[in-house]
Design a protein around this ligand. Sequence first.
Ligand code: FAQ
Length: 333
Amino acid sequence: MYTQALNTRDQAAPSADSEQDARFQARVDAELKIEPNDWMPEAYRRTLTRQISQHAHSEIVGMLPEGNWITRAPTLKRKAALLAKVQDEGGHGLYLYSAAETLGTSREEMVDQLLSGKAKYSSIFNYPTLTWADIGIIGWLVDGAAIMNQIPLCRCSYGPYARAMIRICKEESFHQRQGYEIMLALCRGTPEQKQMAQEALNRWWWPVLMMFGPSDKDSQHTDTTTRWKIKRFTNDELRQKFVDATVPQGHYLGLTFPDPALRLNEKTGHWDYGEIDWSEFKRVIAGDGPCNRQRMKQRRAAHENGAWVREAALAYAEKRKARERAAYAEAAE
Ligand code: FAQ
């Protein structure tokens, strides 16, 4: 474990109508935070570990599509911003693994689940970054969608997750702006640059809408996670908020969205959009997207190549501990 071991798994899950369950739900309903050493239903612990670890894996795998462009960024300024952004994503993964560890699963176990293909990560990171405009699109749309989904998570009932999300959202906001600024530069540039921006939007728009998860009627976890105030909005509610916020931004860039059904509904005030191809979503999360195999191969190689760093860090920590123990013993004599 990389964090202090705060908790172990509950041995026996109490029945759904137990007094403990009722007290727990009352705390959640009163908007009190649940902390690592508080009693919690086993299913709450399990679903939070699932969601937070998937979120951590998404940040880590999410470094790959953009990492692909660090050596090819068009200017020094763009390279510096992209490097900082990709490093932030690595940092987000680490805060999130730490938050998940407070629920009793070690980071090693979570990483093993990712590398063995058991754990999911966001579908969006299985699409290729073919041109520089894709880097603009990832910032504008992927980080934009991430913020829409993650701002409500700052109010999540589980304290360590909620607190991690506050810092993450601040950083995501910079990521979104740098992406939109790349898009602005391309759209105000040459006709070829504008065309590159349009083509990137055409390729990424639908996969970004899929990031919010299956439609509410197919979502397995939303009912329980909203009752426990982990999620505050459903997948479809967040998707709609994202479409409403993003379409005017795209129009300001002078771009068109690849959806003939997209129109402002005068009655509701929302942008109506066309049918999402859920068969594509299912294929991608089942491991058969355009880049799934490549992403996992790269992650496994990075993990193996980093083994010596982990060993060296552990050996150094042991040495420091031994030195501290010896100093205490000497002082006590
Ligand atoms: N991809 O019942 P629901 C980022 C799975 S971070 C893959 O609706 P839930 C930053 C879901 O896990 C992006 N799988 O599930 C960045 C479940 O499978 P399971 C990640 C998906 O949990 C930017 C099953 O489908 N963000 O972008 C996806 O209530 C730029 C049924 O679904 C988070 O993780 C998907 N898109 O709602 C980094 C935020 N959608 O576990 C680099 C936290 C659903 O039963 C560059 N997570 N599934 O096997 C959440 O808010 C939720 O977990 C949802 C899914 C909304 C993702």
